[in-house]
Design a protein around this ligand. Sequence first.
Ligand SMILES: [Zn+2]
Length: 662
Amino acid sequence: MGKYESFTFSETASAASSFKSRRGCFVKATTGVIFVSVTVAIVIGVGLIVHFTEKDQSPSCDKDEVQLPGHAAADTAGKGQTKAPGTTSAPVDWSQTCKNMATGNENGICQSCPQSTCPPQLTGAPPAAKSTPTPPVEFIRLPKTIEPVDYDLVVTPNFYGADPESFTFDGSVNIKIKCKNATDKIIIHSKQLIIREWNLTPEVAPEDIKIDGMTEDTTQQLLTFTLNKNMLPTNFYHLTIKFAGPLKTDLAGLYLSSYQEGGETKYLATTQFQPTDARKAFPCFDEPGFKAVFRITLLRQEGWHSLSNSPIASTEDRNGMKADIFAPTLPMSTYLVAYVVSQFQHSSGTTKNNITYGAWAKPESVPYTQEALRLGINIITFYEELFDIKFPLAKQDMIAIPDYPLGGMENWGLVTYREEAMLYNPKTNSEYTKQRVTKVIAHELSHQWFGDLVTMQWWDDLWLNEGFATYMEYVGTNFSHPDWNIFDQFAVGDLYDAFDFDGHRTSEYVIFVQFLTIPPDVQESVYCTAIASGGWEPWNFALEQLTKTIDVAQISLIQRALACSREPWILRHYLTLALNSTYVRSQDTLTVVEHVAGNQIGATFAWTFLVENWEYIRSSFGGAWFSFDRLISSLTRSFNTESELKKSIKSSNVKEIEPNQH
Ligand SMILES: [Zn+2]
């Protein structure tokens, strides 16, 4: 894309050296103005959608089959499990009838046809509860009168039973606070946590200071502790809080993920904090400018393993469990803290400069971490030499999480990835998968410097952070694979367009019968062509393959191919399945919408779907706002003119757009 063309390799190196001279400071936005337009576009896109969320929700169909707004809880038990095979076998001869019913907007489709074909807009079922417009919230930043210096955080995930509905976590945090200006208030973030006990002690006794009371503002996600007297400038205090929270499959804060092993569901507790969900895992000063040292302790059962940003310094017995005590981190932002408790296994190596590098995955996937491990070890050393700044941590881990909202997250020293962005099977995966893995790793590792070592003071400079990392993903990939000529892809952007198959729609769906014999590099083209040129049968066949396969690259490939259909009713049907975890894992919901949006025929449906289900999508994926820029760019790319956009908005029955809002 043009936005990157003014960068050169040497400019990057000089930018790196300017970072070097500002080590420990924060990024100030003085360069890279070219990225502003992208940010503005994203902000406007999000703003537009938020603007239209007062619309009524669509009527729902069968809540067991299609999960709609308000049914989030029903999703918990099934989410994260391998898709149940054979749940969508259709009678051979119903497809034309159902197609006619769908085209004719006949409500009877929900009774006569397989439940999974029942789109919400066709049903006479009671509508979902109307969302109540919420008053605008005044945006509040934490006061600068005090600042955190050091967190001593102890966390215990309680998830060893059989019932995931009962899983929780609890913990305590001791925050060492420095007072900068006299104040009798401590205000910090907390979201959906139960606050059990709190206490304040001065670092140097005797100072007769204590907490008189605590109030919680759930809208602003703030805890306010009022003291009996002022804290004094330059003095240090310790705020101790005991807390607990539910361990849910909501992909935000400390959350629950799962996978299948030998017919059994295995669970793991893992984190995703960016941008503002550290506060959902523990009370904290959850703004990127408040850097502090983190001393983390994770309690786990014997036979489990824990990971965090630092290496484990020691392990001791505590409360009948094992307590892994991690080495203190360097000063860092809350959104980059990460921890995982799992039964994962790993492959490992050492970089040229003696950094221990581990690649973690569920046991059966460990063989497919080899490429990621090799790439990670090589790229980290390449960046050290390019930036002329040694990697500042003692270890670097990467981990493939079965339920993950993003491609990857650059937690300092513990980068989390979605499985298909890290695992690579040379026997079954395509060159495209290999390229994607390489790019995501190159991107996240560059953040270990751009973003983690030097960090924006506030989120308004995130574009600079992401702009550099997006550029560096090409630099790192080009270093790993000069034969790919990856910089050529700048001209067409970094979003692979899988749907432009108009010129060669000749194959038949019978190709699917030879599913596994097709060479990996052409599978995507073949699947998409078969779906695009066929009707319901090849589409439904592919859907069945989706529910049967556990190969993450195949899942990703089939999900893209399913969006290649030229049948509007099939695309609408696919969108309804995006909210059904039997077919589409929650981590992939937005990806499916994005794929449908990338199909010219599906763009309007995707837009309507997003608007109608916005409240549910926002509540389910609100923390993963990085997903939204891609999604909105896919959606808006299909609307080339103002009249097209207006037409779509009109057809989705949302408010008329203001002329200056796009
Ligand atoms: Zn990034």
